[in-house]
Design a protein around this ligand. Structure first.
Ligand SMILES: Nc1ncnc2c1ncn2[C@@H]1O[C@H](COP(=O)(O)OP(=O)(O)O)[C@@H](O)[C@H]1O
Ligand SMILES: [Mg+2]
Length: 345
């Protein structure tokens, strides 16, 4: 059973074993900021095993997760109405610019923890930029900073010269996580359509857009399938095109291929590159797999832990389109060796 409540500003969808709350166009009624954490506790803790990460991933689509982070509680209204910077700013040029960005977590009743320090990067428009590093080095934290889900403790992040909050308000971000986080009571098509419903995309063109996207990843025959009828690779394909559905300019991907077997992963790499090129997105790919980083990316930033820092940024010297044969070639192996040496210090 799915209970769906559609009000002028928000859609509340309740169904086993998840619930979704969609705030139309980022308008957050004040009372909702108060009651939402209660809903989460009720549904999260007791009724079904929804992981914190998948909850965060899901809410990331709806720009609503600030309250999930104890370290920098800020009212959402401030996120939506940021101070804007003048056009003379030197950071204006790059697609995504980070200057001396640092993040210190301040958990309640625990010591502060410095997760990332002094990160400066310029990611170009339509670039596929990979960040590779060992588990715990701060990759996810960095992605959450870029998306505005977390606020840097030091430094500054700009998206095409504007603030991160402005980019979020324009729904410029699409997220893909390791866990596909599909809503189990919606079909594949219904899942891809979700961000279009939230962002107010032209209703007459929604389904055509979703069918086109599903066809990109060879899932047109599965448009009406429920998530439990799909394999892991198919679910992740749905998650990939869902992230693209509302036509965001920036794709933020946190280990999107990590849970897949090697064969499926390699096939999905090629499909992803195809979709990325067609849709002309700026993509930030987080991964601990250095081979994946080199195979997919234009540049690879190598991160080291304690605290997380960018040690080096390498330009990948492989032509496009990339082919699976390249993975066996000298250029690929030489670059993989270079990245491994940096990671091993
Ligand atoms: N909310 C949090 N509070 C405190 N420490 C955290 C929090 N989130 C992550 N960390 C710590 O920050 C470090 C970097 O985490 P993370 O960004 O998830 O790394 P990665 O994605 O590279 O595995 C880890 O040591 C982790 O334990
Ligand atoms: Mg991570």
């Amino acid at each position: 059973m799915v209970l769906k409540l559609e009000l002028p500003l928000l859609t509340l969808e309740l169904g086993p074993p998840l619930f979704v709350l969609c705030i139309q166009r980022g308008i957050v009624p004040e009372f909702f900021e108060q009651i939402l954490p209660l809903l989460l506790i009720l549904w999260h803790g007791e009724i079904f095993p929804l992981t914190f990460h998948s909850l965060r991933a899901l809410l990331g689509h709806f720009h609503l997760n600030s309250f999930l982070h104890s370290e920098h509680p800020q009212p959402l209204r401030n996120h939506l109405n940021p101070p804007s910077h003048g056009p003379e700013d030197p950071l204006e040029q790059a697609g995504i610019s980070l200057r001396n960005v640092g993040l210190t977590y301040r958990p309640r009743r625990k010591e502060p923890f410095e997760a990332v320090r002094d990160i400066s990067l310029d990611i170009h428009d339509r670039e596929l930029f990979a960040i590779v590093g060992p588990t715990g080095c701060g990759k996810t934290s960095l992605l959450l900073l870029i998306s505005g889900i977390l606020t840097p403790t030091t430094g500054e992040i700009r998206i095409r010269g504007g603030s991160v909050a402005e980019a979020r308000a324009r729904t410029e971000f699409g997220f893909i996580f390791q866990d596909p986080v599909l809503l189990p009571w919606r079909t594949a098509l219904g899942n891809v359509r979700l961000p279009l419903e939230v962002t107010g995309y032209d209703a007459a063109r929604r389904d055509a857009r979703c069918h086109e996207l599903l066809a990109f990843v060879h899932l047109e025959r599965f448009a009406d399938a429920m998530p439990h009828e799909l394999s892991g690779g198919m679910k992740q394909r749905v998650a990939i095109v869902r992230a693209l559905a509302h036509n965001p300019s920036i794709l933020l991907m946190d280990e999107p291929f990590a849970a897949l077997d090697e064969i499926t992963k390699r096939r999905l790499h090629l499909e992803f590159l195809d979709v990325w090129q067609r849709e002309q997105k700026t993509a930030v790919l987080i991964t601990h797999d250095l081979y994946e980083a080199i195979f997919l990316a234009d540049r690879v930033a190598v991160m080291t832990p304690n605290p997380g820092r960018i040690k080096e940024v390498l330009l990948v010297d492989l032509p496009r389109p990339r082919t699976l044969e390249m993975r066996e070639g000298d250029a690929f192996l030489r670059q993989a060796r270079a990245v491994r040496q940096i990671l091993e210090g």
